[in-house]
Design a binder for this molecule. Structure first.
Ligand SMILES: Cc1ncc(COP(=O)(O)O)c(C=O)c1O
Length: 363
């Protein structure tokens, strides 16, 4: 059977993106969580040793030590160098890890992920030729106990994501770890939004230990550095060793100067605190905007997205089109994140304060 890649979700919004212009409005694309703020001046003026040798795939000691320092300072988790390795941003890690883990445990062919979630968890399983099943989140927990026993016995890994994209939910994974131990599978906690935790203290799943558990982090959201492709994964020593060896064979490396810049960003919390203030303010502005339009968005517990029920029975693309025609704002339809939330929308708080003010004034 041959494989045809499905259309990329955000490419499907092409027609919706043309609507603001047709209606004489300025386009404000809030459908993708891509940063809008530049890196602070102090990081833009750096000169680097542009070494022309290959960088290490596992990441320089400098980058991994900076990651360890950051996890200790901000998340209260103590790790050693052998428990941390670099990835090229986190998306490639999410998309490729199921395949690498399947090579290690070929008898396991099931990937589980939160029912409302970042689409790459399912896509990573698809690209690996594995089976994949969404699991609901209720009462602050992934309902892993509701997964049939025969599936748990075949489970290779489960993804968790707290704070969640798109829902902003923060949840504990204690129950997931218990089930993972009982059925011997891997848990990967995607924590790329952890610096933007609004309703409770910041928390990493690694505070529960590292057995069978990995956390994945990225500077794309934390430091608004999506263009740098700097991320890391950390936790279970044996898994980190295995994955870093496989990834070395695959030639996955962060360019050397970006490893150094990533380390400097991880050493600094000031720019993150400033960014968190900006995101919080923008979320509040967007809540005002969408409330004026008649929706009922709420401040998320974490992350920088609004995720709300449009209460409209129309198709998600029609809802996005209607919002685009009224405001110029492009949102993502709920179906990008869950087949059962077609009339929800996700709005990323990635517009400048000035642009949001203009929309508010126009409304
Ligand atoms: C939950 C989640 N994980 C991972 C990523 C990938 O980010 P990056 O590859 O830039 O680290 C994203 C990007 O939007 C995301 O929302």
């Amino acid at each position: 059977m041959s494989f045809t890649p499905p259309p990329y979700p955000h490419d499907r919004l092409r027609e919706v993106r043309s609507l603001p212009g047709e209606h004489g409005l300025e386009l404000l694309d809030l459908s993708i969580g891509t940063p809008v703020d530049p890196l602070p001046e102090k990081f833009r003026q750096l000169s680097f040793d542009l070494a022309n040798g290959y960088p290490t795939s596992i990441g320089s000691n400098r980058l991994r030590s900076a990651a360890i320092g950051w996890m200790s300072r901000r998340l209260g988790v103590e790790l050693s160098l052998e428990e941390v390795a670099a990835c090229v941003g986190s998306k490639e890690f999410v998309a490729s890890t199921p395949w690498y883990l399947h090579l290690r445990q070929p008898e396991r062919d099931v990937v589980l992920y939160p029912e409302v979630s970042y689409p790459t968890y399912a896509m990573g399983a698809i690209l690996s030729g594995l089976k994949y099943f969404p699991v609901a989140i209720e009462d602050g927990k992934l309902q892993i106990e509701s997964v049939p026993k025969d599936l748990l016995e075949r489970t290779l890994l489960v993804w968790t994501n707290s704070p969640s994209n798109p829902t902003g939910e923060i949840y504990s994974i204690e129950n997931v770890l218990q089930v993972a131990k009982a059925y011997d599978f891997v848990v990967v906690s995607d924590e790329c939004y952890v610096e933007y935790t609004w309703s409770s203290p910041r928390c990493s799943a690694l505070s529960e230990g590292t057995d069978r558990l990995l956390a994945v982090h990225s500077l794309s959201k934390r430091s608004n550095f999506a263009g740098g492709r700097v991320g890391f994964y950390a936790g279970d020593r044996e898994l980190v060793h295995y994955l870093s060896e496989v990834r070395k064979h695959a030639g996955l490396m962060i360019p050397g100067p970006f490893q150094e810049l990533g380390a400097r960003l991880l050493d600094d919390d000031e720019h993150v605190e400033e960014e968190a203030k900006r995101y919080r303010g923008r979320l509040e502005r967007l809540i005002e905007i969408f409330s004026i339009l008649g929706y009922e968005p709420k401040m998320p517990d974490g992350g920088f997205y609004l995720w709300f029920d449009s209460k409209d029975q129309a198709d998600g693309f029609e809802i996005a089109a209607s919002i685009a025609k009224r405001t110029g704002i492009i949102v993502s339809p709920g179906e990008f994140y869950s087949s059962s939330h077609a009339n929800f929308v996700r709005v990323a708080a990635v517009a400048s304060d000035y642009a949001l003010e203009r929309v508010l004034q126009a409304l």
